[in-house]
Design a binder for this molecule. Sequence first.
Ligand SMILES: [Fe+2]
Ligand SMILES: [Fe+2]
Length: 136
Amino acid sequence: MLDAKQLRDAFEKDYQLGLPQLDKIHEEFVTLLLETINSSADAFIRNFQRLFEHTQLHFFEEEARMAAFEFAGFAEHSADHALLLQVLEQMNEAVAKGETDTAKAWLNEQLPEWFDRHTRTMDSAAADWVGAHAVG
Ligand SMILES: [Fe+2]
Ligand SMILES: [Fe+2]
C-alpha cells in the first residue's frame, strides 16, 4: 500500500508533470495530506478543511485549463474530480463534527492511491495535451 510519506518522498521523481503551476499545486497537496495525517486532534479538523478547500481549487484550476485548451478527455477527468470531491466533502462534514476515524483511515489507505493513479493517468494526459498546445 502506498502511503502519504512515500508520495512525498517520490514526488520530484514520479509526480512532476512539467507544468510548473500544476506541479506546485500537486506538491502542496501531497505536503498538506502528510501534514493532516500527522496532525493532533484539533489541528486535524482544521487541516482536513484546508485539504478540502485546496482540492477544490486544485480541481477548479485543472478544469479551467483543460477547458481553455479544449482537452478531449475533459468529461472523464472532471467526473473523476467530482467523485473525489463528493467523498472529501462528506468526510469533511463528519470531521467537523468530531468523527475522525473514517476520515483518518481514508487519508491513509485510499487518498494516496487515488492521487497516484489519477496523477499518473488523467493529469499526465491533460498536462501532455496542454504542453503540446500551449503557444510559446
Ligand atoms: Fe491534479
Ligand atoms: Fe486531475
